[in-house]
Design a protein around this ligand. Structure first.
Ligand SMILES: [Zn+2]
Length: 190
């Protein structure tokens, strides 16, 4: 657990909450992968669609983590939705960055993982399994048009800025209030 909670952390959490709510709107129900029907969906994706293996390196692991294909952050604004989650081992759950410091797409990441493991011959098969999960079948990710993507980005950015600003405003107000108390207290004690 984070021991230093900054206003940016709070703002990022708010953005993820928003991306979760939008994902649930498209999915049509609550998608809490920790319990109930959401957990059953995640278990199915993990154990049936991907057979308990990491979607990138193919390694079987009891402790696979949840990875969002379209990243669940202010870089890609991926939604929390069944079609956007895949199992991933701890080694592969670190999305590489390109020369501009931007995270690469899941396809590029898969390409790199296969190359590093000298398993280029498995790339296409793994890419297809992920792609099919992401785009077809019961868990298909919503195909958002440019207007919808733009709207999600604008709302998320606005939310991020508002949360950060609110926390900064609270601090300013706190400083003003405590200054007022201290001065008032000093006057009264004379
Ligand atoms: Zn892996």
């Amino acid at each position: 657990m984070a021991v230093h909670n900054t206003s940016a952390d709070a703002a990022n959490t708010a953005v993820r909450a928003f991306l979760t709510e939008v994902g649930e709107k498209y999915w049509g129900k609550i998608f809490n992968t920790g319990t109930g029907s959401g957990k059953a969906v995640w278990d199915k994706i993990k154990n049936q669609v991907f057979k308990g293996c990491c979607c990138y390196c193919g390694k079987h692991s009891e402790k696979v983590q949840m990875e969002h294909l379209v990243m669940f952050n202010r870089e890609e604004y991926g939604l929390h939705h069944p079609g956007n989650i895949v199992p991933c081992c701890t080694d592969c759950n670190k999305r590489r960055k390109d020369n501009n410091g931007k995270h690469v797409s899941w396809e590029e990441h898969l390409k790199t993982v296969c190359k590093e493991l000298d398993q280029q011959d498995r790339f296409e098969e793994r890419r297809m399994r992920i792609y099919e999960h992401h785009t077809t079948g019961e868990f298909a990710y919503p195909s958002l048009n440019d207007n919808e993507k733009h709207a999600i980005r604008v709302m998320a950015e606005s939310l991020y800025t508002n949360i950060k600003t609110e926390i900064e405003k609270s601090l300013e107000l706190y400083v003003k209030l405590t200054d007022a108390f201290v001065i008032k207290g000093a006057v009264e004690s004379k």
